[in-house]
Design a protein around this ligand. Sequence first.
Ligand SMILES: COc1nc(N)nc2c1ncn2[C@H]1C[C@H](O)[C@@H](COP(=O)(O)OP(=O)(O)OP(=O)(O)O)O1
Length: 155
Amino acid sequence: MILLETLLYIIKNGKVLLIRKKRGLGAGYFNGVGGKVEDNEDVNNAAIRECIEEIGVKPRGLKWMGLLEFWNYDNNAIESIHFVHVFTASDYNGEPRESDEAEPLWFNINEIPFNSMWEDDSLWLPLILSGRRIYGRFIFNKWRMISHEVHSICT
Ligand SMILES: COc1nc(N)nc2c1ncn2[C@H]1C[C@H](O)[C@@H](COP(=O)(O)OP(=O)(O)OP(=O)(O)O)O1
């Protein structure tokens, strides 16, 4: 199963808006806002749509910050490959609200709750939050990370 997905981090006043995911892949973890790109949808519009659906705000000042690949194996068989386009936004319209998918919470940039996030996040999210564009590839077995590579993109 190959999936095209998005992640979006709204950064404002020294804080980043994360969600506590309530269902699906990564339920219980804090993460950026995001989900699957729909047929005939571009990744920018998917990031905006997911943000409206999950926390009720329309992000503004969207910036593409990189591409992440998450390969999950079940022993020797590939279970899923996720190509995830990552964005930041500098502002938004509306007020963040909880939905059946997500609870939004603000965190200081230097107090990200990595202990309650996907294992890979501490390897790349600080780079994105400091304004670097990146490419990363993370290999998992049954969603335990077994190897990784992260590179800055020259821009
Ligand atoms: C494995 O490492 C991952 N780390 C992080 N930080 N985020 C990840 C990882 N793997 C996937 N993701 C992200 C990418 C997407 O934003 C979500 C998964 O999307 P989901 O399955 O929730 O997609 P939706 O379209 O919202 O779901 P529904 O089909 O339920 O509408 O996780």
